[in-house]
Write a protein that binds this ligand. Sequence first.
Ligand code: XMP
Length: 328
Amino acid sequence: MNDSNVRPETMQRITGKEQAEQFIESQIEALRNQIGDGKVLLALSGGVDSSVTAALLIKAIGSRLVCVHVNHGLLRKGEPEQVIKVFRDQMKADLIYVDAVDRFLDKLAGVKDPEQKRHIIGKEFIDVFAEEAAKLKGIKFLAQGTIYPDILESKDGIKAHHNVGGLPPELNFELVEPVKLLYKDEVRVVGEALGLPHGMVYRQPFPGPGLGVRCTGAITRDRLEAVRESDAILREEFEKAGLAGKVWQYFTTVPDYRSTGIKDGKRTWEWPVIIRAVNTRDAVTATVPELPFSLLQHITARITSEVKGVNRVLWDITPKPTATIEWE
Ligand code: XMP
């Protein structure tokens, strides 16, 4: 294992299958040297970095990797199922699935402030993960999907570098970080070479607090469901229209606001769904791409007929600045 947090100048950028396979071979050897016959714990969110880290470790040490997937109820439609299918069913990982949906949503009930919501989600995640870790005996190592930009940004003081962040020190793990010298594009190439599904490896960025920041104000289960269902429709239609991979990030938000509408001749009092689609290099500024009007009409028709509690669809065409990408 390379103990250094500095990428050697001689290290070539991994752009193709062959280089990825060389990297995988050398990491398998390094991981086996570091871990010996020990066991490793990993918080597997289903994001690119933790998924590639898991796949590498499964190749190196098989079921001596224990993955913990915490479903906090704020994931996109189908995500927990995909994690189970890919890692438990296909890769035969030792995967502990924690259904913490009620626990998170109960803690978040009635909480309106965005920062407080983020704080609760972050703290609860650490608590759930630490509880699972404490139940397991004889695990010395903790794997993290740290990537090179995390190291560079923490060195520059831009952000604290922690993926599992703030685990209680008494858990006393030795860190295993097999992709820490790779850039995001390299992690993706390695992920594909490891046989992870394309959709998992090339998925768009998704905030840690998940759909929690897209169900503005106090989260309720019914409005959260409206966010999840409308987001799934938007993603499906963008994929069909060939926009997946072309637009950097796209999603829906359902604000805590109702307006009058009409359905089947009867007055309704329901939420709007807001469509957000942006292009950016680094998320510091963002532009809004033109979308075909017919696509917007089609998505509107599907959302208003298929998603419960929704009577309007709006399109947010504001760049960043003045708006941020997310609504809260
Ligand atoms: P904003 O809304 O600040 O978002 O323009 C910029 C990018 O960051 C993502 N985002 C987050 N990611 N935790 C995260 O891990 C968060 O709390 C968070 N808030 C926003 C957002 O999706 C966008 O890609």
